[in-house]
Design a protein around this ligand. Sequence first.
Ligand SMILES: [Fe+2]
Ligand SMILES: [Fe+2]
Length: 265
Amino acid sequence: MSHNLFALTLHCLQEPDLDKKMQQVDQLLQIWTEDGFDFTPSHEIVRIPDPGRPQKPDLVPPKDLPRRGLGSIEGHAALMHSIAHIEFNAINLALDAVYRFQDMPKQYYGDWLGVAGEESYHFQMIREHLFHLGYEYGDFSAHDGLWMTTYQTDHDSLVRMALVPRTLEARGLDVTPAMIQKLRAIGDKRGVEILKILLRDEIGHVEVGTRWFRYLCQQRNENPFAQFKAVVDQYFHGNLRGPFNFEARKEAGFSDEEIAWLKTL
Ligand SMILES: [Fe+2]
Ligand SMILES: [Fe+2]
């Protein structure tokens, strides 16, 4: 039986059940490993205002999310929950990158399926850790910023690569070291361990975004630096501001020119 990459990826993207979605991610990776996909494009590429996700968490505007310190178990769990939500969304982000842009070289799909697999693994680790704190994914509310940016960049692969991996996921590189310190300060050894894995892997995800962003710039004869700035200006809501993790961003393929620009912000 032949498996169409885009049809199966869309199915997984729209799957609302957590465990089924993660099983389907594993299955996609398995078929990829066996070189079992056909790449026939879909008749129609649908826009997805709402990807498959469980009923909970409730999605609220960012300003309505309660701020809690790490001093209580509840606050500690709320931090883990917010990371779980990011990782869960990141699965959908990676799947959408596969499904939506159907005219890319084969390796693009291998890269983004690989990212989906790592996000699923991140989600499972955080979910388990959250469980040890007495909570489950869905127990706190969350916001929908990640998917909104994904949805708003569904018309152009270049814009998507600039905004989602290179801006949103790259933000994770900046903020994770401080979170690691906070968790260390409250003695959460396992949390520290998990976040270190996430940070290492996320450098890879941003690097995947950088590589395909540059590929698309080259295809269109565009200057990557000028394009990156233009896309951030046009699409990024809010301020791009530091402190930046320049070392990690460099590893993730940010150019000297881009780093110098970030330093001016
Ligand atoms: Fe992740
Ligand atoms: Fe990621």
